[in-house]
Design a protein around this ligand. Sequence first.
Ligand SMILES: [Zn+2]
Length: 321
Amino acid sequence: MLNLSRRKFVTSAALAAAFGLDTRLGISPVFAQKIADPQPGFHKYKVGDIEVTALYDGIWEKPHDPAFIANASVEDVKAAMVKAGLPADFVSIPFTVVVVKNGGKTILCDSGTGGQVQPTAGKLAANMKTAGIDPAKIDTILISHFHPDHIFGLMEKDTNKPVYPNAEIIVSDVEYKFWTDPAVIDRLPEARKGLARRIQSVFPNWKNIKQVSGEPEVAPGIRFVSAPGHTPGHRAFHLASGAGQLMISNDTAYVPALVVANPGWRGQYDQDGATAEASRRTLLDRVIADKIMICGYHFPFPGGGTIAKDGTGYALTVMKT
Ligand SMILES: [Zn+2]
């Protein structure tokens, strides 16, 4: 046992060293983070005249699991990670929240993990402070979908108290109705039943949630874009300022090393794989045709970049910090 875990540690450390990464991180053998967090944990950039701030919430260094991608082997997944310049011994799933300041409003795009999803995530509040953003001054929160890493940042751990009681929280009506239907609990897989129960015990009591249909303008310069499949009401957010545009893709192409490069791969977290793939291809094709920037909630920090066609798939070029 000792030899095995020791060898595992050396392998990870050697791998990180090969990528020029700092390995002097956590001590816990279970939760030791292998890749250092970006410093600083925020990055500001412009889209047209609008200021966008990417805020790092943390990372899930997900152990390989043959079930993660239904139609690709662990070896295929490892090769895809390496091709994207990432370590092969786990799947890198960072969490990055975007703040947009426009039209006198401060808009938060999804809410982070709230420190309730992975032990190596929950750094949003600290990075928001460092970036000079006051959480009490957030006017609007756009929610892409109701998975834990996107909504748990709205609710305090244990008490479920609202973290942003004064902000307007805008959600897709399709997503809201799906998760708050009492009958959904019986239909969901075991791993998602607790999530639905928590949503049903919290959201209907909050007065500051607004449901919207279709693809309206939901904040100054930002429209919802229907991108279902990952969840029934999943939305991307399209931001426009003059000639500048950014497609905030959320989880449409959640781990780009895997599903941007291989858009036909079917991920475990896509509730409806075929619909998710169709939404992914539509969104990526639109970003290419319109020559606009894209960012993603689980893209390598700071999450922004551009997309190009690459053989049978697509390639993401990540912006420099
Ligand atoms: Zn997600």
